[in-house]
Design a protein around this ligand. Structure first.
Ligand SMILES: O=C(O)CCC(=O)C(=O)O
Ligand SMILES: [Fe+2]
Length: 346
């Protein structure tokens, strides 16, 4: 599917939106998966055993659907985002935790099984101590105190196009960060208007004027550390990466990294290019309104994601996503590993 949208800023190339990968499970497959996942113990109790069990369960998917997910994870030329629908859900869902989670009242682990099962087809779930206290299953929930922040606790402000990055003492925040995110919906927002956007760096590059793309490919930008790191570790002070480009690598298969919590541009031209970049992202992006039983597989290197505003009520019925961070391999990030858990990093 190619969508052509109206231009609001001058662009050089075509404004096109790459294909959104879409997978819908047949009802009988959904029910068979659900029956197995219903018997799953809390996967956090023995994560590696659970990942092995989930691989068995998910390997029963129809071969063509399984291949589509595997190809999403391994190939350079596949879509950067894929929507999986008609997944099994928990029979009973407790209130959305108002403190941002995790929920203490969840009796079954179907949602966790779906999230980790899909994640295991892409790579290895990993945690980081400064994001959701190192948990492997993240809850993405609006939190009153964070409603206007550029973090996943927000709701009242548009969460700008960004990559999920990590503060790292090496000075690069886009190296040990997740290759993929999986976002799975347990509960939609009250009005059903919360949109998750994805802009592919291939579409972004094609739409930009060459001189703007050149600027974005130059090391004229310093990423600010994630809001959670700045808030919890740095006492509210910006902690900047070394100068990096926004877009890098092979022109046909570019990589992009933007920090949600602010990018410091080193020149006025770079500042303007950043504004154009956000604008072009909006033009080329896919928008998905996630519903229970749907999960979004997101390549965190091929593109950037964003979230619309929505209204949170903090009444136990607010929007609730679960999220994983996934690395293809844990080997080349071993310099950050904690002593307590080989999947969790500093
Ligand atoms: O809430 C969403 O749809 C996406 C939030 C986000 O950027 C994230 O969880 O990394
Ligand atoms: Fe994000």
């Amino acid at each position: 599917m190619t969508v052509t949208t109206e231009r609001t800023v001058p662009t050089a190339g075509p404004v096109t939106t790459r294909t959104l990968g879409e997978i819908t499970l047949p009802d009988e497959i959904r029910d068979a998966l659900g029956a197995q996942l219903n018997r799953l113990a809390d996967p956090n109790d023995d994560i590696d055993h659970s990942m092995a069990r989930l691989l068995q369960i998910f390997s029963t998917l129809p071969t063509d659907l399984l291949q589509q997910i595997l190809d999403f994870g391994r190939h350079i030329d596949t879509p950067g985002v894929c929507l999986v629908s008609n997944l099994p859900v928990d029979a009973e869902l407790p209130d959305t935790p108002s403190d941002g989670g995790p929920s203490r009242g969840k009796k079954s682990f179907v949602a966790e099984g779906v999230l980790l099962g899909l994640s295991g087809l892409l790579g290895e779930p990993m945690g980081v101590l400064t994001e959701k206290a190192g948990q492997l299953v993240h809850d993405v929930i609006p939190v009153e105190g964070g409603a206007r922040t550029q973090t996943n606790q927000g709701s009242e402000t548009f969460l700008n196009f960004h990559s999920d990055i990590m503060h790292d003492v090496i000075g690069r925040y886009d190296v040990a960060n997740p290759d993929f995110l999986v976002l799975s919906c347990l509960r939609a927002d009250h009005e059903g208007v919360a949109g998750t956007f994805y802009a592919d760096a291939r579409d972004i590059s094609a739409a930009l004027a060459p001189e703007v793309l050149d600027t974005l490919r130059s090391p004229l930008f310093r990423l600010n550390a994630p809001g959670s790191y700045v808030r919890d570790v740095a006492g509210g002070q910006d902690v900047l990466s070394e100068p990096v480009p926004m877009i890098s690598g092979h022109h046909d298969f570019p990589e992009i990294a933007i920090s949600a919590n602010g990018v410091h541009a080193l020149t006025s031209g770079a500042r303007q290019a950043l504004d154009t970049l956000q604008e072009v992202c909006r033009q080329v992006a896919h928008s998905v309104h996630l519903r229970p039983g749907q999960a979004l597989l997101i390549n965190n290197r091929k593109g950037v994601h964003a979230r619309s505003t929505f209204t949170a009520r903090y009444d136990g019925r607010d929007r609730w996503l679960q999220r994983t961070y996934v690395r293809r391999s844990l080997w080349n990030v071993r310099y950050r590993v904690t002593e307590e858990n080989r999947r969790v990093h500093y």
